[in-house]
Design a binder for this molecule. Structure first.
Ligand code: NAP
Ligand code: ZN
Ligand code: ZN
Length: 347
């Protein structure tokens, strides 16, 4: 066991504070990673505040991890000491079910994957995430960060990047397609960059026009305020794909009316409250209302390679670990441009 410093929420809704946790010894197929940077995802806040239901405390959040391999187990074949690597939302899964074999570990049929934190691993221990100095992870759940990406700007790709890349690919965002990204936060800003790099015509739908200049720089061609009712009249029936990244419930009928026939609204935002829709907002034009959960390990590697090729790092605000609680408040207030990343050297 190795004792490492970490930031943990001691109880639901309590501020995070510095503590220590134990990391398991490096096993046969494990790599030990010196964490350099960890992104703050809104999912960290939903869980640390028990917004999605009962959680495990103390909780060390963090599933956007970028670091350097500092030790490898005897059976490790893919990584060596010194490699630049990332860990996202999963650290294990059954590896045997159809979904795991298909590289869709996030949909593991045997009880789901082991999440990077707030989950119980095969050893019966609660997992702890990236707001810490080191982590031990099986090499099969580790990805390589290409040289073309800075480690701090790569960290958010491990969740925000793959969560937007996977559905954009699945729903064929590309040349000739009109894609709307709802919410310009951590996920949203990567959604805009990736959809534009895939060749789609991108529109941002944000609460206000406050971030319009940024949205256009990120790759959007159009930018509209959802606080303005005319937006919903002007854009009726426009989009092939709507990627909704909003962390709160929306008026689904209003957004669905913006899809063209057979268009798909993919909800990756995960509000804490149930949502209400009238089926009349989908049946008229055979619209699709769907969702998507991160992406599998092979696709996460594909996304990192794609981002490196296209020069797509995240737009980040680097913070010290003692600023985590303040950063949480700013994320909740939609005051993030566009991802807070913790400098792990300050933990
Ligand atoms: P974030 O940085 O807080 O971004 C969310 C954005 O939604 C905000 O910046 C804001 O954009 C908009 N928004 C917030 N409250 C709103 C409201 N009441 N009405 C309308 N718009 C609002 O959060 P994130 O880290 O990108 O995560 C977004 C959501 O995705 C969270 O619920 C998170 O748990 C979930 N998530 C899901 C997956 C998955 O696999 N499906 C993975 C990661 C995260 P504007 O200021 O531009 O309006
Ligand atoms: Zn996340
Ligand atoms: Zn499985």
């Amino acid at each position: 066991m190795t004792t490492v410093a970490a930031y943990a929420a001691p109880a639901a809704k309590a501020p995070l504070e510095r503590t220590t946790i134990e990391r398991r010894p490096v096993g046969e197929s494990d790599v030990l990673i010196d964490i350099k940077f960890a992104g703050i995802c809104h999912s960290d806040i939903h869980q640390a505040r028990e917004g999605w239901g009962t959680a495990n405390f103390p909780m060390v959040p963090g599933h956007e991890i970028a670091g350097i391999v500092s030790e490898v187990g005897p059976g490790v074949t893919r990584y060596a000491v010194g490699d630049r690597v990332g860990v996202g939302c999963m650290v294990d899964s059954c590896r045997e079910c159809d979904n795991c074999r298909a590289g869709l570990e996030q949909y593991c049929s045997n009880g789901g994957p082991t999440w990077t934190y707030n989950s119980v691993g095969a050893d019966g221990e609660v997992t702890h995430g990236g707001y810490s100095q080191k982590v031990v992870v099986d090499e099969n759940y580790v990805v390589r960060i290409p040289e073309g990406l800075q480690l701090d700007e790569a960290a958010p790709l491990l969740c925000a990047g793959i969560t937007t890349y996977s559905p954009l690919k699945h729903w064929n965002a590309g040349p000739g397609k009109k894609v709307a990204v709802v919410g310009l936060g951590g996920l949203g800003h990567m959604g805009v960059k990736i959809a534009a790099a895939l060749g789609a015509e991108v529109t941002v739908l944000s609460q206000t026009l406050r971030k319009k200049d940024d949205g256009l720089k990120l790759g959007a061609t159009h930018y509209h305020a959802t606080g303005d009712e005319r937006t919903f009249e002007d854009l009726k029936g426009t989009f092939d794909v709507i990627l909704n990244t909003v962390s709160a419930p929306l008026d689904f009928g209003a957004y669905l009316s913006l899809l063209r026939t057979d268009g798909a609204m993919v909800n990756v935002g995960l509000p804490e409250e149930p949502v209400n829709i009238q089926l009349s907002s989908v049946f008229g034009n055979r619209r699709v209302l769907t969702s998507s959960n991160i992406g599998g390990i092979p696709e996460t590697q594909e996304m990192l390679d794609f981002c490196a090729t296209h020069g797509l790092g995240a737009e980040i605000e680097l913070i010290r670990a003692d600023q985590i609680n303040e950063a949480y408040e700013r994320v909740v207030a939609s005051d993030v441009r566009y991802r807070f990343v913790i400098d792990a050297a300050t933990i």
